[in-house]
Design a protein around this ligand. Structure first.
Ligand code: G3P
Length: 226
């Protein structure tokens, strides 16, 4: 179970957060989380899960897993394999790796069987509602059009965050709701918390920053309430 409020940094396939860069950034995020007393997690590419989890104490999430069982499959990734690699959970249905709703259900089920946390991504209120019915541990509301823009969802679409959060809680109060897309500053995080979000999911603001440490510290100060 991931602690909240939480900052999850998605490394995507950014070169800055690949290979040794993934280890370096994961360590920087872990240390900042320790310094500020804020829960953090990282989502490196699958090939870097073991590299990061074996060298940094930070909670590691996969960016995607396939809802299959171990056995005769080629080129897929089982929940068992990412758990063995040291992951504690997985993103599901990210806007850049969308899957049909029945597959989201299957991933949530398989992850639960294996003991992995699930952070399911939803593009809008409607999708938040549908995914809430599948019982993931967390839902990250992420309007795709804001991803990578630096225009924060918590300022550009506060209504969407608020209504998505309420829609999820109406279905299952146990699901933690995060928001993501365009979050790059501590102020964006403060806004997200004011809307009721229990954490943020972000990527380029930290991963692509010239001063990654300064940005993650600003984000964590926002999460801690300054
Ligand atoms: O998974 C989070 C990501 O999609 C948000 O991207 O670059 O807007 O923080 P970014």
């Amino acid at each position: 179970m991931l602690r909240t409020p939480i900052v999850i940094v998605n490394f995507k396939t950014y070169p800055e957060a690949t290979g040794e860069g993934a280890v370096k950034l994961a360590r920087l995020i872990f240390e900042a989380g320790e310094d500020y007393g804020v829960a953090v997690a990282v989502a490196p590419q699958a090939v870097d899960i073991y590299r990061v989890s074996s060298r940094v104490k930070v909670p590691v999430l996969a960016q995607h897993v396939d809802p299959i069982r171990p056995g005769r499959n080629t080129g897929w990734i089982t929940p068992e394999a990412i758990k063995a690699a040291g992951a504690v959970g997985t993103l599901v249905n990210h806007a850049e790796h969308k899957i049909p709703l029945d597959q989201v259900a299957a991933v949530v089920e398989r992850a639960r069987e294996v003991g992995l946390s699930t952070v399911a991504c939803a593009a809008d209120i409607e999708e938040s509602r549908k995914i809430a019915g599948l019982g993931p541990e967390m839902i990250a509301v992420e309007p795709p059009e804001l991803i990578g823009t630096g225009v924060s969802v918590s300022t550009a679409k506060p209504e969407e965050v608020l209504r998505s959060l309420r829609a999820v809680k109406d279905i299952n109060t146990g699901i933690k709701v995060l928001c993501g897309a365009g979050i790059t500053t501590g102020e964006d995080v403060v806004r997200a918390l004011e809307l009721g979000a229990e954490g943020v999911l972000l990527a380029s603001g930290v991963v692509c920053a010239k001063e990654q440490k300064a940005v993650i510290q600003d984000i964590l100060r926002g999460m801690r309430g300054r």
